[in-house]
Design a protein around this ligand. Sequence first.
Ligand code: GLC
Length: 544
Amino acid sequence: MRNTTDSWWRSAVIYQVYIRSFADGDGDGTGDIAGLRSHLSYLAHLGVDAIWINPWYPSPLADGGYDVSDYRDIHPDFGALDEAKQLIVEAHELGLRVILDIVPNHTSDQHFWFQQALAAGPGSPGRKRYIFREGRGEDGSLPPNDWHAAFGGPAWTRTSDGQWYLHLFAPEQPDLNWDNPEVRAEFESILRFWFDLGVDGFRIDVAHGMVKDPALPELGLPEFCVMPDEGQENHPHWDRDGVHDIFRSWRAIADSYPDRRVFVAEAHVRPGRLAHYLRPDELHTAFNFDFLKSPLDADKLRTVIDRSINDLAAVGAPATWVLSNHDETRHVTRYGRAYTGVTTRMRDQGHPSSDRTLGTRRARAAALLMLALPGGAYIYQGEELGLYEVEDLPESVLQDPTWERSGHTVRGRDGCRVPLPWTGDTPPFGFGPAGSTPWLPQPEDWKSYTAEANQADPTSMLHLYRDALRLRRTNAGLSGEEFRWLDSPDGTLLFGRGNGLLCAVNLSDEPVPLPGACSPLLVSEPLDDNGLLPPDTTIWLYED
Ligand code: GLC
């Protein structure tokens, strides 16, 4: 039973396709639309409602495609626009909605606007589409202010004529000037271009960064920060109130289509601020990074869950839940560490040791927790196969700009972007045709993580995800918004959903009894010999 209503997104499970690494149809080592099309039925069978495809536009791939050089076409390595159109039709035929990734904070330095801006020189209209400034110091040789870039180094690069341009990310990603009406009009036109082709929505990259304080004041911070610190009310480039005007106009465009289109924000903001993005005339949903980053600790999770649901309910928006994505260490690996939360985004802490068996067990428990909560959920490709972070990629293959920009001190995000294993016993594990070489090497032991191997084992991660998603679709108690906490022992969580459905999560060190008078529906690990719920286990139950 597919959710066909206008508000499908309120409880949708959305599968993130990192297209470079999903499936390679033509054997060039890079995932592509052909590969994705040939696995759409796998995704439909998995039971998700939609796919979100990471940027697939023409791009020099200086930041994995988040450096877009043409927003209305497809990167030739990924295919062609006609194939994209076919993909949209085929996905819809299978009941899968399609969400694209829009990157409005910056373009590629190869985008014709930026090339024009460089050619046209200081003071030209072309430069006003970006953020160009004179430098400081007598000869202007110092950057205009002290802002830092995400992947290391200053947020400013000097051009050959002496002016500097702002880039909050890599130098190949110049920030656009959203105070320029031309920039606004262009992105509205890009949204319409893809909506007219039938896409169902957009994930908005760096939604909290698009508007800057034109005075460009000093920050006085030693390094780049993903979001404002606690108490920093008026940050000059994060979460400025001006972004909301943009999103109101985008919402009007989405609502102008009879089958309304949707937005999900990537917005790293201080507690309490996310709801501003999800007011009824703005965006529909946003990623819940607080949930992703939380340690697997019952009290901390309860706080995050409460805050997420309550803050967003105040503006009528549903919560969402997510455990992994293309920027974060895969959660099997995180959860196998002594500290199970995320401390810094860019992994500059090295790789603390991780117990994979424990991490996998906890990942199973976390998946059933996530999928039992009210609202939407995101699955990052490969988590349904139980994939772990590849922490030992040779330095020679690393592609994340972080590696270069940090002077080879931070390895970056490639370890969660290794191409998926589908079939067989040796690389490329069906990612591409036999004999092809994936753009990042796959570990030999991924032969036991392929979709094929998962399929053959009824106790696998894949079967757990499929069972959970089937129950979510067929059980109205899980797709509704009803939610209530129930008393449970220390170190555990217990909550009720509609139709007498309960979810119990044991994150303590001891087995705990099941709540009385209930029948098990789905469990992440078998109960112990005494019928108790073991540590690091989640169970779904029906009240008898
Ligand atoms: C977002 C993307 C990340 C990218 C950055 C710059 O955080 O998720 O992958 O590097 O934006 O576009």
